[in-house]
Design a protein around this ligand. Sequence first.
Ligand SMILES: [Mn+2]
Length: 386
Amino acid sequence: MINDADFQKAVELIGKSNKVLITTHTRPDGDGCGCIAALSETLTTLGKNVKILLLSELPAWYEFLFEQKPEFTAEHAKHAEKQLDIKIKNSAVSANSAVKHSDLIIIVDTDTYNQLPELDKYLKQPDKPILVIDHHVTSPSRLGVEPRPGDNLGDVRLIDNSVAATALIVFDLLKYAGWPITKKIAEALFVAVATDTGWFQFDNTDSRTLKVCAELIDAGVNPSKMYRQLYQNTSPQQFSLMVAMLNTLELHLGGRFAMQHLTQEDFKKAGAKYSDTENLIDVCRKISGVEAAALFVEQTNGQIKVSLRSWQLAPRPAGGFVDVCKIAKKFEGGGHKMAAGAHLPGPLENAKKLIYDAVAEQFKQPFDSAQSFDSTQDGERSRTRW
Ligand SMILES: [Mn+2]
């Protein structure tokens, strides 16, 4: 839990500011976008001049959270145009000038430099206050869960890695400050919590999460409308990309580990964007027995971006799950214990082998000692395919 003294510091920091820049990690997810939308609405109502800056494009299915499509950095636009061979239509702003025209920076849902490209240069030598609101295990926190020294970003830090979503901290901040939670703000926070808990399916869904959501529903959220917006709103392009991905599905380690990939060619054929990969990795969770998954996405520079997920299958007498954050960190990535990512050297087969070995290693760890599964045999068999 975050104490009142820290909430007070955050309120004072916001009180003193006039021009607030709000941002989140690159490849913004529902939690990042929802927190930004909620804070932007709140601060605008307080009379602040608010600027939202994304470090990569807003996924289409979160557009409904914003009246105006938020800007993203010119640096990203350039990179994306080159990478995906597309023309970016949105107006783009340089990170430098956005920072220059603000007197407070709020960062939500991350506090690591490597998730804040373009801004990181500035954040290392800031000349204005920074407020960080985050719940990731990579944040050094009072609970001391896997601290990652060096990224201790921000002058005021509202960090609690025991909560399911950053939005729960934003909710507490609004309550502490006595700032009204309008229907619009409630919707943004609800989307944040619902997406970070996989619509209340993930293990992080606890009573606190549901109590906050109950309050958000009382504030005007229609969960069924939100569900339709988020999960029954797939573009044909994203659907094609999913089909391409599913065609690459491989099950390993006795059917417990799923691997899939996407090549640049797949994006071209589907007419899809990189942001269309969000949530695709979770599709294989539908397969009985799968408790870890990796999705490898080929980049134009030949690198491979891997997303990792793990799930705790019940009942398991020994408890535990694959710690994918540990695997990601091996390759200088990061994230949560059950959702993480990293960049790996190509080609695809190389990246797959690196991750396969790391996952197989974890399956040998004590957490699943209750099961007499031998991962090496399957490993040998699988490796012949690489
Ligand atoms: Mn989050």
